[in-house]
Design a protein. Structure first.
Length: 149
């Protein structure tokens, strides 16, 4: 037996319907589409998403969710507990040193120091924002908070 001898089992396949091949074929003239009407035309039909004249779902939903405030500043949060583990007494905390220690990706991103954790080291903090609790902990440890350059 060769590959060219293989045949499907008797009765398992059916000849395809040859549409539009003359009237004697039974599928000529109108090619099984009937006469006249939207569905008999080329490109006819209602299209995807048509809901019988009802407003389609894609048009009923809002275009974009919510409101986006383009002037909003997104701060990268850094807790005082993180500063405690990374810095020594008398160090300066700013964008450059935070980037060097791998806390932030870029030195120019806005940073806000938050007051979660304890701080025992005296640090000079020069970041964009400092929470009230963080400022109290920094000053209680003998450090100071300066405005960002």
């Amino acid at each position: 037996m060769q590959l060219n001898d293989l045949r499907p089992a008797e009765g398992s396949t059916k000849a395809r319907k040859r549409i539009g091949r003359g009237s004697s074929s039974g599928h000529g003239t109108t090619a099984g589409r009937g006469t006249k009407g939207q569905l008999s035309r080329s490109g006819g039909g209602k299209g995807a998403g048509f809901e019988g004249g009802q407003q389609p779902l894609a048009m009923r939903l809002p275009k974009l969710p919510g409101f986006i405030h383009h002037g909003r500043v997104e701060y990268t949060p850094v807790n005082v507990a993180r500063l405690e583990g990374l810095y020594d007494n008398g160090d300066v905390v700013d964008g450059e040193t935070l980037k060097a220690k791998g806390v932030i990706k870029h030195a120019d991103v806005p940073v806000k120091v938050l007051g979660d954790g304890e701080l025992t080291k005296s640090l000079t903090v020069r970041v964009d924002k400092v929470s009230a609790s963080a400022q109290a902990k920094i000053e209680a440890a003998g450090g100071k908070v300066e405005s960002a350059c």
